[in-house]
Design a protein around this ligand. Structure first.
Ligand SMILES: [Fe+2]
Length: 431
């Protein structure tokens, strides 16, 4: 692990403070590594294909579950996305109750409302049908019902004493991979500050990747969520806590996204591309479970918190800057990834040249799928706080290949603001 700061530290106090930051960060990264080695990491049964939703229902029907709590959001419910499942449950005389109150970045209150309804209806299984927010909320509802507690009591590491209510997931986007991960994000009711509950007990028993459920996703959401998959895989690949296990999932996800995301973006009804992207999202989730994430997510989370930028879009905007700054520290790993995933074939070029080529290919992908660099209302006066929060997130949570200083993160934010203003101006002129 190295420092990749672009700034010369000019005084002793700065140097001492940065040394302290590095020491804490590296120690935490080692603790995370031990954690992933000693704690068994469950993974859900994965069902893939046009019949996967029904096969998923068969699993809990065979277990004798008779009363399903379906967690979704109002838009999906209005579009009739859960109907395929509802019809199958009715055919099998299984009762169900739908809770469609999940909002983006669900708060404790949203989860508590769902929990109350599930308990009152005497549901004995939770089924999430939705994107990352829906799945996170369903995890919390199932955990709270299984532990007879409220969501706030589960925030932090391994707070649950008992298993969650049996939990099954049908992702409707190919992005977060939340159906495979050990975390759920909960927002505060008033401040909307995000907290995370981490527990291996919240991993669903099974997940269904059904391409017919995903085919209605509009192109811009396909693009944003697809880049979230790519970012999970890249950050897990570049993590110093990566292993053969996580590398396999990460490389598979990168290869799939580079090939199939442009196809799914261009033609949402291409079921092969939808299915491949769904599996890639799942693999990205399995990779990040053990290897963690990095600066792209840490900075993207700030864009989400301050300016409401959707998560995948924020990752897409930040990704090129972090890849560029990380290139030196990660060129060997990026070159291995480029060869492994077929981004380069039989190249005799140096690792540095191949890493450059790989980064260029990622940038080309971002253009192909129409990622806009516009972040509305960015204020330079926010950047110090944002940089500090991103640096803290990395120090406390991730095992990155190289550490930035606050000034490097601030420079990235300045570049994002400049690019955003230019793109807004160009758009205005062309309109
Ligand atoms: Fe993400």
């Amino acid at each position: 692990m190295t420092s990749i700061t672009t700034k010369k530290r000019t005084n002793f106090a700065d140097s001492l403070q940065y040394a302290g930051y590095l020491a804490v960060a590296k120690t935490r990264a080692k603790v995370l590594k031990v954690f992933t080695l000693v704690v068994p990491m469950p993974s859900p049964i994965l069902l893939v294909g046009k019949n996967a939703c029904n096969e998923l229902c068969d699993l809990f029907i065979k277990e004798g579950r008779t009363n399903v709590f379906i967690v979704t959001d109002a838009v999906l419910n209005k579009l009739g996305v859960p109907e395929k499942v509802n019809n199958y449950l009715e055919q099998n005389n299984i009762r169900y109750q739908i809770y469609d109150g999940i909002t983006p970045d669900p708060t404790s209150k949203v989860i508590e409302d769902g929990l109350r309804q599930s308990v009152n209806a005497g549901c004995d299984v939770v089924l999430a049908i939705g994107g990352g927010s829906v799945i996170d909320a369903a995890k919390m509802i199932a955990m709270c019902q299984g532990n007879n507690c409220q969501p706030k009591q589960l925030i932090g590491l391994f707070k649950a004493k008992k298993p969650c209510l049996p939990l099954y997931c049908i992702p409707t986007t190919a992005g977060t991979g939340s159906e495979a991960t050990i975390g759920a994000v909960v927002s505060d009711d008033e401040t909307h500050q995000k907290s995370i509950a981490i527990d291996t007990k919240m991993v669903p028993l099974a997940a269904a990747i059904d391409p017919t459920i995903m085919q209605g996703m509009p192109p811009h959401i396909t693009a944003d969520t697809g880049i979230d998959v790519l970012t999970h895989a890249l950050e897990a690949w570049m993590s110093v806590n990566a292993s053969a296990d996580t590398d396999g999932y990460a490389a598979s996800a990168v290869e799939t996204v580079m090939h199939y995301l442009p196809i799914a973006y261009k033609d949402g009804s291409d079921l092969k591309a939808r299915e491949e992207m769904g599996v890639a999202a799942h693999h990205g989730g399995l990779a990040l479970n053990k290897a963690g994430l990095g600066y792209v997510h840490a900075i993207a989370h700030q864009l989400g918190a301050y300016y409401g930028t959707p998560h995948g879009r924020a990752n897409a905007i930040v990704l090129p800057y972090v890849l560029e700054l990380n290139r030196k520290a990660s060129e060997k790993r990026l070159a291995i990834l480029a060869r492994k995933t077929g981004v380069v074939k039989d190249s005799q070029d140096s690792d540095a040249e191949i890493a450059d080529y790989f980064i260029a290919q990622v940038n080309t992908l971002l253009k192909t799928i129409g990622i806009s660099p516009i972040v509305r209302d960015m204020q330079a006066s926010d950047f110090d706080h944002m940089a500090k929060a991103a640096a803290k997130e990395v120090r406390d949570t991730y095992a990155v290949p190289a550490y930035m200083e606050g000034s490097d993160i601030k420079n990235i934010l300045i570049k994002i603001k400049t690019a955003s203003e230019k793109a807004s101006h160009d758009k205005l002129v062309s309109d």
